[in-house]
Design a protein around this ligand. Structure first.
Ligand SMILES: CC(C)(COP(=O)(O)OP(=O)(O)OC[C@H]1O[C@@H](n2cnc3c(N)ncnc32)[C@H](O)[C@@H]1OP(=O)(O)O)[C@@H](O)C(=O)NCCC(=O)NCCS
Length: 223
């Protein structure tokens, strides 16, 4: 049986990157859903089929699989949950150059980009996006809907809560635990465990913006 084609949620920069990665993997793409692009517009040769809500309303649920192709952790979580509740099939993208250890476990609706590695016995939570050239060390436990920018490295045995976001080139030392909605700045070196909703910047990382620091922007498109 031919595998069902994929519909990309999000036609922004991540959507265009996702399309390119899917082409590497020979996965057929039906189109994009996006609230900010006109229906019928073409992006890198692929049509915009309508707004995000079409994912829940249309009969595409029976004909296609859906890839979360945007970066906001809270929106990835809410859209992933909504699609799952609706009976839709979430597609996990694992680029052909990525490597997942035999004993590692990837959740549902995960995005694993080029040249990234998930080491033995690590678990990656549902809806997590791992951009290019990242490493998730052995025995790491990654929560739901985490976002890894390019070139993030988690050493072994790191645990993260839901919706953490790691800026490009950040590093976490072994055996640290981060709570929910933690934001790590690009280039930061995280050397201590922290609780929920903390923003960490610099090397060594220091906490900033602790009062009222959101995990990420409000979920405009969340259902
Ligand atoms: C950490 C981050 C989320 C904070 O963003 P923000 O809420 O808009 O906060 P601000 O830019 O006002 O920065 C707050 C403080 O942290 C400092 N800061 C921000 N980013 C920093 C960095 N990468 N390294 C060192 N310090 C940094 C700012 O100078 C500021 O310091 P101050 O309070 O002493 O003036 C953001 O800077 C960041 O690094 N995002 C990751 C981007 C990325 O790599 N995305 C890839 C996704 S694919």
């Amino acid at each position: 049986m031919t595998a069902r084609a994929v519909i990309l949620l999000g036609a922004g920069n991540q959507g265009r990157v996702a399309l390119d990665l899917l082409r590497d993997a020979d996965v057929a793409v039906l189109g994009f859903l996006d609230d900010t692009k006109a229906e019928g517009a073409r992006i890198d040769g692929v049509p915009v089929l309508g707004p995000f809500a079409q994912a829940l309303a249309s009969d595409w649920r029976a004909r296609a699989r859906f890839l979360l192709a945007f970066g906001s952790p809270s929106e990835r979580e809410s859209w992933g949950e909504a699609l799952r509740r609706s009976g839709a099939t979430l597609f996990s993208l694992v680029h052909p150059t990525a490597r997942v250890a035999r004993t590692a476990t990837l959740g549902e609706g995960v995005f694993l980009s080029a040249y990234s590695v998930v080491f033995p016995n690590a678990t990656v939570g549902d809806f997590t996006m791992i951009n290019n050239h990242c490493s998730i060390g052995h025995d790491c436990r990654i929560g739901v809907a985490n976002l890894f920018g390019p070139g993030v490295h988690l050493a072994g045995n790191v645990t993260t809560g839901a919706r953490c976001a790691f800026g490009a080139g950040s590093v976490v030392q072994p055996c640290r635990t981060l709570g929910r909605d933690v934001r790590v700045a690009g280039g930061a070196l995280v050397h201590e465990s922290v609780g929920d909703r903390v923003t960490l910047v610099g090397n060594p990382a220091r906490r900033v913006l602790e009062a009222g620091s959101p995990g990420d922007a409000a979920a405009d498109r969340a259902p």
